[in-house]
Design a protein around this ligand. Structure first.
Ligand code: COA
Length: 373
């Protein structure tokens, strides 16, 4: 099999930050407004009063301290509680494509490639802004890339699943050079009015170039030694928004049309699943978890990542072995492990082994074992 590498990564980071203090302040104003508006029903016992959120809970339960968002005012407006995006004409670049193009250009520059040298674009994300044409086709056109493009969604594992498809395409010769983009506008699928999850997500876009090692001009090449994917059906992370909604005559703003989860169950079920997956993948390649210099894990919860790595290497570990970016970015769906890889690989040396691993809705787990060349 020919050697395939990741030869460049790029990151689009939105311009606005929402700190936990700002988020909680606006959420609590929303709660007060709602409780005030429904005071009579609450007093009569026909409606439950909403309860305030707290910065302390968010930081202790998740490790998240802030998040980046494309629109801040709409999210923090207690009478709105979601981002405000201006609709764009069909002949304008769409929002998802805009942030994907930004991240893609940075990844291409790192790989030392022109867009015209790309012959496949995979747009892999937890949400697509429209049904068709595929976002990937628009991104391909906006960049001036050749070949073909398609969209794929495996929720928080979209990026790692796409890396496997990219590596396989290069090996099979169906594409010479693949661009994977992960535009995650999670602020639009998050229910900012739900205390249990209003702090979880942030917006971002990552991009990765995958190509044959012997063709790569990049000074920073990461050989893909192996990829391994698994899914196991679960309803504990779910979003029922979809094209059948209008035919079902259901409320488009109903709670089930945005992100929902049973956080505690997800935590309990996904930690052993992800740890076993990584261990089995490493064993299949002839490695032990202790051989790994760095784990770039999905970024949903600090405690989850600490537990997964502890299960793997048998001891408490710090940021050096498994860097955390969720304190700054929050959960960015499929982009999280790629942001960690983007920011935290410059100190590794040739021969160092690393694992990029995502886990999320599906359930889905995707791991990519890489070695610095
Ligand atoms: N502020 C203050 N208190 C809050 C709160 C908030 N925003 N949200 C919930 N609480 C309270 C709950 O009411 C509950 O109170 P109780 O014990 O009196 O019933 C308590 O805090 C614990 O709530 P729980 O939902 O069980 O918290 P948790 O410790 O499980 O943490 C998550 C919640 C979501 C941070 C955590 O479960 C998690 O990250 N799970 C993994 C999620 C994941 O990986 N998802 C993948 C998504 S892609």
């Amino acid at each position: 099999m020919i050697a395939v590498v990741i030869s460049g990564t790029g990151l689009y980071r939105p311009p606005h930050v929402i700190t936990n203090a700002e988020l909680v302040e606006s959420f609590n104003r929303y709660v007060d407004l709602q409780n005030g508006a429904h005071a009579a029903e609450i007093a009569a016992g026909t409606r439950q009063a909403l309860v305030h959120s707290s910065v302390e809970f968010i930081e202790k339960a998740s490790g998240i301290k802030q998040r980046y968002v494309i629109d801040k005012d709409g999210v923090l407006d207690p009478t709105r509680m979601r981002p405000r995006f201006a609709p764009r004409r069909d002949d304008e670049l769409s929002l998802m494509a805009e942030i994907a193009v930004d991240a893609a250009k940075k990844a291409l520059a790192q790989a030392g490639r022109e867009a015209g040298e790309i012959d496949a674009v995979y747009c892999a994300a937890a949400n697509m802004q429209r049904a068709y044409p595929a976002m990937a086709c628009e991104i391909q056109a906006a960049l001036g890339a050749g070949g073909f493009g398609f969209d794929m969604n495996v929720a928080c594992s979209s990026a790692t699943f796409a890396i496997e498809q990219a590596a396989n395409a290069v090996r099979a010769g169906t594409a010479r050079r693949v661009l994977v983009v992960d535009p995650e506008i999670t602020s639009a699928h998050l229910e900012w009015r739900d205390r249990d999850c209003h702090f979880i997500f942030g917006d971002v876009c990552t991009a990765i170039v995958v190509e044959a090692a012997d063709e790569s001009r990049s000074a920073d090449r990461w050989q893909i030694l192996g990829t391994r994917l698994v899914t196991q059906y679960s309803n504990h992370i779910r979003n029922n928004a979809g094209f059948l909604n209008r035919c079902e005559d259901t409320d488009p703003d109903a709670r089930d049309k945005t992100f929902m989860q049973e956080g505690r169950k997800v935590f309990k079920e996904v930690v052993p699943m992800a740890a076993a997956h990584i261990e089995q993948h490493l064993h299949a390649l002839g490695f032990e978890p202790t051989h790994v210099r760095r784990y770039w894990l999905h970024q949903a919860n600090l405690g989850m990542n600490q537990l997964i790595v502890k299960r793997l290497v048998g001891r408490e570990v710090g940021d050096d072995l498994a860097p955390i970016i969720l304190s700054e970015y929050a959960n960015t769906a499929s982009a999280g492990s790629i942001i960690a890889f983007h920011h935290h690989r410059a100190d590794l040396v040739a021969g160092d082994l690393g694992v990029i691993c995502s886990f999320g809705a599906g359930y889905s787990v995707g791991s990519v074992v890489v070695r610095k060349m």
